[in-house]
Each structure stands twice: as C-alpha cells, then as structure tokens.
Design a protein around this ligand. Structure first.
Ligand SMILES: Cc1ncc(C[n+]2csc(CCOP(=O)(O)OP(=O)(O)O)c2C)c(N)n1
Ligand code: SF4
Length: 267
C-alpha cells in the first residue's frame, strides 16, 4: 500500500465534523500500522470515511458495522479492527449488535459519529436526538427522551468508554489510539456537528470540558450530560478495565480454548 489517502472525491458538506474524524483516524491508523488494521462502516454520511482511507475495509449494511468488525476480529485476532458507525446506524438500526459486542468484550473499537440525526437521509430523529428535536420524522418535535449511548454500553459491560469532540484533533487522536490499544471492547463517542441538519458546534465548543483523569464513579460522570442542549459535557475516558477478551478465550464444553486453536482445528 502506498498513500493513506484514496484519490476519491469527498462529498461531505463544508464544515462537517466528519472531516476531523477522518484526519484523526488516518493519523492513528498510520501510527498503529495500516497492514495490521481493518475498518468497517455501516451506511450514512459517517460511513463514507471508508471511501477516503486506504486500508483494508468492509462497507456493510445499515446498522451492521459492529457485527462485521466482530466477525473479522474473530477470524483474525491479530488485526486491529475499527467499526465506524452513526447514531442512527448503531443506536437505532443495529443497536443489538452494539450491546452484544460490549457484553462479550469483543476486542474491537467502535467509533460513533454522534451527529444526533439520520443525516444522509436528510434529517430524521434518532435515539440520541434531544427531546423536542424538529425533523422530517418529528415535525412537531420528538416526545422521547434521548438515549445515553455511553450509559447503555456501560450497562452492557464495555471495558473502555470514552467521548471526544470532532473539533479537537489532538484529543481525538489520543483517545482513538488508547481505545484501539485497549484489549477488549472499546467505545468512543465523537460529538460530530452536522452543519447542514443539526449544527451543534457552538454548544459543544462552549459546554464541553476535559476530565483530568478517569473518574472513580464512571456511571455518575456518564450521566452528567443528558443530551439536551446547554448542559456541561465531559469529554475524555470514563472507564478502562482489564478483563478476559472474547476472541482469545472461548469456552467450549468445559474447556477454555483460544480462537487460534479453533481456527487451526486443534480441538
Ligand atoms: C436497513 C436500512 N434502513 C434504512 C436505510 C436508509 N438509510 C440510509 S442512510 C440512513 C441514515 C443514516 O444515519 P446515521 O446512521 O445516523 O448516519 P449519518 O448519515 O447521520 O452519518 C438511512 C436511514 C438503509 N439504507 N437501510
Ligand atoms: S449532511 Fe451533515 S453529516 Fe452529512 S455530510 Fe452534510 S454536514 Fe456532514
């Protein structure tokens, strides 16, 4: 492989937060090694990131990037596998895959491009849209409370949970690198303004603040922001825990075996 950039026309809108995520992801993938990395994506604006990064990749169905990433990791545990997903993609369409990957402590990284709307299909509300959000599927404003994705993966057992902001490149790079190097399921929510349908830029710039360390009570910190506008938003690592990883230790009968043994039919 030569360049990490693919010679493809970029179709994101000017000012889209996805540009920052792309830059940070490329830097980290170069650092960890492209030949040791595979990426997946669902369907949506976020998923076009696959078109712009020159690395082994799998463009899946809407809501399925986490399932694909888990499968790739199971077949080849030596790879760093990163799933790029949207809030509509993994908090609506494919929410069960996210929960089960976290529960299994599958050794993959999920990067959630959190723009809080179905953007590619021109603005419908998602599970993480704020209450009252006016969209093409909620013309009178949503009547539902938003889902806190970090709280959900925490309940499911995720061993690494973090949040960053697409307007802060160095922060995103650090968090992504830590997440990918973590042994076990890592979930990174990136607050991503969508200037065309939901421009949250000034809210995130004014209200996000960096945590100085991993909080003792990760759940309380996760719940500090309720996804309504104007509240203070902690960014950084909320939780980091060492635990047995699904792809390395699988119980067959009463025996604990490694995936390599299964693949090589040593059992
Ligand atoms: C199963 C299925 N349902 C619906 C669609 C239509 N669809 C394509 S992209 C999209 C919106 C994607 O939203 P999100 O995952 O939040 O990503 P964003 O575009 O906001 O980055 C939808 C609903 C589809 N392709 N497949
Ligand atoms: S619609 Fe929103 S998320 Fe999609 S490219 Fe444009 S600004 Fe980005």
């Amino acid at each position: 492989m030569s360049e990490i950039n693919l010679n493809t026309t970029n179709t994101w809108c000017p000012g889209c937060g996805n540009f920052g995520i792309e830059v940070a992801a490329k830097k980290v993938i170069e650092k960890i090694g492209r030949e040791k990395t595979a990426i997946t994506a669902g369907i949506g604006c976020h998923a076009k990131i696959i078109d712009y990064i020159n690395v082994n990749s799998f463009y899946g169905l809407h809501g399925r990037p986490v399932a694909l990433a888990a499968g790739i990791k199971l077949a080849n545990p030596d790879l760093n596998v990163i799933a790029f997903s949207g809030d509509g993609d993994s908090l609506n369409e494919g929410i069960s895959h996210l929960i089960h990957a976290a529960k299994r402590n599958s050794d993959i990284t999920v990067v959630l491009h959190q723009n809080r709307n179905f953007a590619l299909t021109i603005k419908q509300y998602t599970a993480s849209s704020p209450k009252g959000f006016v969209s093409n599927s909620s013309p009178g404003g949503t009547i539902e409370d938003p889902l806190n994705a970090l709280d959900m993966v925490h309940s499911a057992g995720a061993t690494f949970i973090a949040r960053s902001f697409s307007g802060d490149l160095p922060h995103m790079e650090n968090i992504l690198e830590e997440a990918i190097k973590h042994k076990g399921f890592s979930f990174v929510e990136i607050l991503q303004p969508c200037p065309t349908w939901y421009d949250t830029s000034s809210d995130y710039r004014e209200n996000s603040y960096k945590m100085s360390s991993i909080p003792e009570d990760s759940l309380a910190k996760i719940k500090e922001w309720n996804y309504q506008n104007g509240g203070k938003i902690p960014v950084g690592i909320f939780k980091k825990e060492e635990k047995g990883v699904f792809e390395r230790d699988i119980i067959v009968g009463e025996e604990m075996v490694s995936v390599e043994d299964i693949v090589n039919s040593k059992i």
